[in-house]
Design a protein around this ligand. Structure first.
Ligand SMILES: *Cc1c(COP(=O)(O)O)cnc(C)c1O
Length: 394
């Protein structure tokens, strides 16, 4: 890679703890002023010492920017990968990855509860360019094996826990199955974040993020990332980043870096609050089903316990029917009715008509009685009273 020095995070990753890396990787103080926080570099272009005489490889803002390089190092270090690349959004990252990895005639095998935008990207954008799409239950490893034996897929797309039904897929097992069939195994790690789950260490080839969610963590920046140990693939994705141009801008990169420094401590609180809320909902008569991998009754509980170090902040619940679910989502006060997730503030989403409206009527449709909560890091008693009041009024 032309930009190798700026994106490699492996050396630091091998020797330091997660929280140290979150705060220190790519964050050396500024050599000219001693500024402890590396400056936000907004320049779109760089002075050359004679024609072609670049300083540290910096030439033009689309090809490389020091603030983006710092974020990329931090991302790589946190996922335990060698190469990190950041993009303007999660979907821009996915698009760059898929166009780097696939050629017309290839196919992607993905879960039946994958993020709706990922499905739409492959179905509506890459489909017309000749990329096939197949859907399977990713929590059923045998079904995945059978599908790959029946017909090849060049990319196996795993998302765990899944959105919004919190299905847990066995990363290590799917890596074995995918590799046996010659597929590139990609894990969308947005829901867990590297603080709770590190797919590259379980053998996955690539990790994808919407950094808009837990990594940024404050609902104030949209972004995406790819992390991998595969140098040849990283070079291709980096070429997509440079040649197609869906880079993260310096202000976005700076905010994401700032958010990442507190990722581990935020995830601890998200998980603690969500655990208490899931337990409360599970005991409430009005709630039909609670989808949270931290509950012992969840079918993926044992697996989540073994491949994650916490259960995360996302909780979904099913009420009596669609109308009740809508009423509940609209009557919460502290949980803001909004799309997205992973910020410090609690949000409520009605998937059928909001985040998952694009997959209505497909195999990925979300049952209309389901409501999704992104549990924030507020005082948990306040969140519990809001939920209790809304449930009791139904
Ligand atoms: C939000 C999200 C995406 C897409 O990311 P954007 O930043 O919105 O483009 C992809 N995967 C998952 C699991 C998400 O939640």
């Amino acid at each position: 890679m032309t930009d190798q020095d700026h994106t490699e995070g492996a050396q630091t990753a091998a020797s330091m703890g997660f929280d140290t890396l979150a705060i220190r990787a790519g964050q050396d103080h500024d050599p000219t002023t001693g500024a402890v926080i590396p400056p936000l570099h907004v320049s779109s272009t760089y002075a050359q010492d004679g024609i072609g005489g670049l300083r540290n490889g910096y030439e033009y803002g689309r090809s490389a920017n020091p603030t983006r390089s710092a974020l990329q190092q931090q991302l790589a270090a946190l996922e335990g990968g060698r190469f990190g690349l950041s993009f303007a959004s999660g979907l821009a990252a996915e698009d760059a990855l898929l166009r780097a990895a696939l050629t017309p005639g290839d196919a992607v095998l993905m879960g039946n509860d994958v993020y709706g935008g990922t499905h739409r990207l492959v179905d509506k954008i890459l489909g017309p360019w000749g990329v096939g799409l197949r859907i399977v239950d990713m929590t059923d490893a045998e079904a995945v094996r059978a599908s790959l034996q029946q017909s090849p897929a060049q990319v196996l797309w795993v998302e765990t826990p899944s959105n919004p039904l919190m299905g847990v897929a066995d990363i290590a097992e799917l890596v074995r199955i995918g590799h046996e069939a010659g597929a590139l195994v990609v894990v969308d790690n947005t829901f867990a974040s590297p603080a709770l789950q590190r797919p590259l260490l379980l053998g996955a080839d690539v990790v994808v993020h919407s950094t808009t969610k837990y990594l940024g963590g404050h609902s104030d920046v949209v972004g995406g990332a790819i992390v991998t140990n595969d140098a040849a693939l990283a070079e291709k994705v980096e070429f997509q980043q440079f040649a197609a141009g869906a880079i993260s801008g310096p202000h976005d990169a700076f905010l994401t870096t700032r958010g990442l420094k507190t990722l581990a401590i935020r995830m601890e609180r998200h998980s603690a609050n969500a655990g208490l809320i899931a337990g409360f909902l599970d005991r409430h008569d009005t709630v039909r089903t609670v989808y949270y991998p931290g509950l012992e009754s969840h079918p993926g509980h044992a697996l989540a316990r073994s491949q994650m170090s916490g259960f995360g902040g996302m909780v979904s619940l099913a009420l009596a029917d669609g109308a009740t679910a809508r009423r509940f989502a609209e009557s919460l006060r502290l949980f803001t009715l909004a799309e997205s997730l992973g910020g410090v503030e609690s949000l409520v989403n009605y998937p059928d008509a909001m985040t998952h409206a694009s997959v209505r009527g497909t195999e990925l449709a979300v049952p209309e009685e389901v409501v999704r909560l992104s549990v924030g890091i507020e005082t948990v008693e306040d969140l519990l009273s809001d939920l209790e009041r809304a449930l009791d009024a139904l």
